[in-house]
Design a protein around this ligand. Structure first.
Ligand code: SAH
Ligand code: SF4
Length: 358
């Protein structure tokens, strides 16, 4: 008898790996599509639920494989409707995911690592360092588990990999997870509705240019000069702004798509009109749009958010220069669910509602 820890978690397999696995039982290829639909469309919790597979095959599968699940420990809801979910993983590490309602969208923000090794100085996730990468199933189970809490199971419209962690530092698992998010027999999100945000790991960004898997790319730029970027994001000393922009300039984008550049606005550091003008200049020639994210202040973060006027002026300069620039006031700040506030702890005292989930 194989122990549970030795069994294959079916949610860790991408479609071709699953096909190979199914073939090892001498089964037809279409069985793999059936299993994908059970896992990701019907949200099966056990192999036994897959009733269009023979009982014998289900038994054979159960001997060597399993379906992992994830249950939220807590859910907090902010007044703006944002919900933060805390999950405890099998090894007791904790991660968070955030569900953000908007007028027309319901966006789910996923974690890809426990913590983050990059230590950006404005980010709480980075302050606690990196513990480990998430498996493919741990990334996908955040979607499945949160979807189960919704009345309308098809209501999540967008997925963003902007929670805890640096997705490209967990390259293989993140890409496999995205493949399943956009795969027709699995989650079938449009590739335009899945966004990966990265601090700009150069070797992985270069590797991305060779991938067939499609999704939207967002780069956390956050500064227009090397020295300032290095101060905010120490990784810039290894992978400088100039090189990142070079890769972006040559990135094989599908027609009519743009790269999103995220720009966390930090008072007195990167928010001057000169910065805005430099930003216009360095993005020239790259199909781009800019998301301005006013800094979410937090205890232990040595920076302030700029005034509304400064943010507005910055945005105007970009727009006058022909760039699409949107100010993204982070939702869920009162429950520490906003960008850069996820720590895998449930420390916030300010909440509307907190639910214990068994
Ligand atoms: N590691 C990836 C994705 C997770 S961070 C990345 O850095 O892109 C997601 C976004 O939150 C990034 O754009 C980051 O710059 C932003 N962010 C981090 N801390 C923040 C803070 N305190 N206030 C506002 N945005 C923040
Ligand atoms: Fe990591 Fe992104 Fe936070 Fe930087 S901003 S520490 S890369 S999670």
């Amino acid at each position: 008898m194989i122990s549970a820890s030795e069994k294959i978690d079916l949610k860790n397999l991408n479609p071709s790996e699953l096909e190979g696995f199914i073939a090892s039982f001498g089964k037809e290829q279409y069985r793999s599509a059936q299993i994908l639909r059970w896992l990701y469309q019907k949200g099966a919790h056990s192999i036994d639920e897959m009733t269009n597979l023979s009982k014998r095959f289900r038994q054979e599968l159960s001997h060597v494989s399993l379906i992992s699940t994830l249950h939220p420990l807590h859910m907090e809801q902010a007044r703006d409707g944002t919900k933060k979910f805390l999950f405890q993983l099998a090894d007791d590490n904790r991660i968070e995911s955030v569900l953000i309602p908007d007028k027309t969208r319901l966006t789910l923000c996923l974690s890809t690592q426990v913590g983050c090794a990059l230590g950006c100085r404005f980010c709480l996730t980075g302050k606690n360092g990196w513990k480990r990468d998430l498996t493919v199933s741990e990334i996908l189970n955040q979607i499945l588990s949160i979807r189960e809490t919704l009345v309308d199971k098809a209501s999540i419209t967008n997925v963003v990999l902007m929670g805890m962690g640096e997705p490209l530092a967990n390259y293989q698992n993140t890409l496999k997870a995205i493949q399943l998010m956009t795969y027709p027999e699995a989650f079938k999100f449009s590739s335009r509705k899945v966004t990966l945000s990265t601090a700009g790991l150069l070797p992985e960004l270069e590797r991305l240019t060779t991938e067939k898997i499609r999704f939207r790319l967002a780069i956390s730029l956050n500064a227009t000069e090397e020295e300032i970027r290095s101060q905010l994001m120490p990784i810039n000393r290894c992978y400088p702004l100039k090189k990142i922009l070079e890769v972006c300039r040559n990135f094989p984008l599908p027609p009519r798509t743009r790269i999103t550049f995220e720009y966390v606005m930090v008072d007195g550091i990167n928010d001057s009109p000169q910065d805005a003008k430099r930003l216009l200049k360095i993005l020239r020639g790259i199909p781009s749009k800019v998301n301005l994210i006013p800094l979410n202040e937090a205890h232990g973060i040595p920076f302030k958010r700029p005034s509304e006027e400064k943010i507005k002026r910055f945005q105007e300069i970009l727009m006058e220069g022909g760039l699409t620039a949107i100010v993204r006031t982070s939702k869920g700040a009162e429950i520490s669910a906003a960008c850069g506030q996820l720590q895998g702890t449930f420390s916030s005292a300010k909440f509307d509602r907190i639910e214990e989930i068994n």
